[in-house]
Design a protein. Sequence first.
Length: 235
Amino acid sequence: MTNTAPLPAVGTGPAPATGPVPGPVPQEPQGGSFEPQGGRGGPSPFVLGAVLVGVAVVAGLFWGLIRSGDGGVVGTPQAGAPSSDPLKDGRFDYEVVTGPVEATDCSANAYGDMIQWFADHPCEKVLRGLYTVQEGEARALVSVVLVVMPEDAQAQQLKAVTDTDGTGNVNDLVRDGTATLPKAPVVAQGEYHSEVNGREVTIVEANFFDGHSDAQLLAEIGEDAARLSEHLSEG
């Protein structure tokens, strides 16, 4: 009887292992660090730092370009030199009628109670000027007087006296006949304004030609014209 080798029973081998089948172990690439597969969590600290440094450098260069050499910003106009013409650099533009006329005897150039006041308190000098100003259809005559007293306290006293109604004042150049101006208004019957600066007192009187009436405008002219004392000082 012929002997034959027994065949192995079907299904009798070792039972397959349970659980996930392990995949191939990833190998670290040469020359670099290993990074897990899948989505990245953001740039590395080294890359992020390099980007921030680059942004700072670009911003610094840009800011330097928009700065001018003297600290001003390009495109911002520098302030121009202040005007040196007191006739033109204020609210209104003035035309000189006559003056400045200078004297050292204020009493001889005053009227009313101011004649005696100046006799008791002599000034150092008085400067007078006469101007016209046009605003729209309104034209005004403006008298500006600059009195220089020996002391600040006397200048304050002078302003207080002339600010009081009925005490008189320093003659304007039409009143004393120095200037002849057809149909000139009486400035002493118009707007009055005075200022004191140290030993100097500026007195302004203004009135409209042709009977024009605008109290607000005349008040603005009287206040603005006080700067014409600079024109008197410049001679």
